[in-house]
Design a protein around this ligand. Sequence first.
Ligand SMILES: Nc1ncnc2c1ncn2[C@@H]1O[C@H](COP(=O)(O)OP(=O)(O)OP(=O)(O)O)[C@@H](O)[C@H]1O
Ligand SMILES: [Mg+2]
Length: 435
Amino acid sequence: MRYERLVQWAKQEWTARYDDAPFITIWASSECSNKIAQKQIKSGRKLRGKARYVGLEELDTDVVVPISDYGSRGRKMVLTATAGAFVFTFADEKDENDTFDVIYASSYIDDDVQELTAVALVPEGRLETWASFEAICARAVRPRIRRRRDVYIIGGTDAFFDPTVDWDDVILDPNLKSTIMDDIEAFFNEGVDIYRKLKLTPFRKLLMAGVPGTGKTMLCAALARHALNERRIVVYVSGSDRDGATFEKMQRAFQAVASAHLPTLLIVEEIDAYLRGDDKARILNVLDGIESPNNSKGTLMISTTNYPEAIDDRIFKRPGRLDRIFVVPTIEKENLAEEMLRHYMADQWMDNHAKITPKLIKQPGAFVREVALHARMIAAHEHQTEVTLAMLQKSVDSLLRQMRLDGDFLLQRRPLGLGANGSRRRSGFDFEDDF
Ligand SMILES: Nc1ncnc2c1ncn2[C@@H]1O[C@H](COP(=O)(O)OP(=O)(O)OP(=O)(O)O)[C@@H](O)[C@H]1O
Ligand SMILES: [Mg+2]
């Protein structure tokens, strides 16, 4: 099917309806036949060129066989992109009887390419109105992004990300914290202009790498809160939902970023998940700037990973793909361990608790939080008003034992789980069964 046939049919339709009224023939936007747009745009909608939208009529024709695509929007299945022929009717802003039509057809021109081609015949002098109608259709079709407290959350559920964490509650080496903050502020305050003067897209990319539980997500949440206070937009991409980490999700994030018109903080959690399979090349394009979001006000991307080894030399060793890598470490010094423990013991803190800090070295923050919570629960359970050092010690020991046990257990179980009997379930399931 070639576009000429579409145009020929449209011309015949035009002549039959409007005789020799002058028209122009244009490539039209395929979004006008998308069912989402057609449903959403209501009669009476104001358009440019002093006109309003009236409605549409589907036309029966041999040249286009109607067929729709479908997909999920929120929880519902809906029809989306559609091949078909239509008359769209518009009226004068003030006089509803003064109308004009546009004849429109969209079709798959090539069987091998799943892309709609659309043509339209528009009355002379009405292009402005039609163009604004196309723009509204395109906007209606664009994936919707949930916006919550000024954070666009893409993927995941609301529970994944809460931008209410205070910067002071993130306990890390103060040098690391201030380096990260300075980097971000320097980009938004001075960097964006410098990028622009060099005719570069103002897009800066930071990576936070560290073992689980060191506070990367928490750090991102605190940076998000800071960004919101600075009147920046925050876009958060979670890899951990039903859809997994797909490039499509990244594209939705970029659409949100590109239409932000404000300085934007883009948070991509677990970026390593996107670096597998076919999506990898596309992510590299993003990091190189080829597919990166073009937001003239500046975009700063903060990505996180537990698996820096998944991010290979193509990214690490090539300058410009990731501008800076920060290691978010486990607790390295006793003073930080004490600060963290004090924080999570809160009003239950006693000075002799500091004696257990050596046991907290090389552990992530999440460990300290667990130790403190567990000890406080032991105390409450035993109807004690104070958390004693012994309770804290017990808590540390049991948590360490549990972690060691898990490690040994998995090591012992794994060969069994993958053993001679190929039909055995994954060792992860065995683990749960046996507990
Ligand atoms: N540096 C820290 N300061 C204060 N609390 C922390 C810190 N690190 C971890 N925690 C506590 O542990 C919890 C888990 O940390 P978080 O989810 O931020 O770790 P993560 O590095 O994102 O882990 P993962 O790599 O598994 O995603 C936090 O919500 C917080 O309560
Ligand atoms: Mg995390």
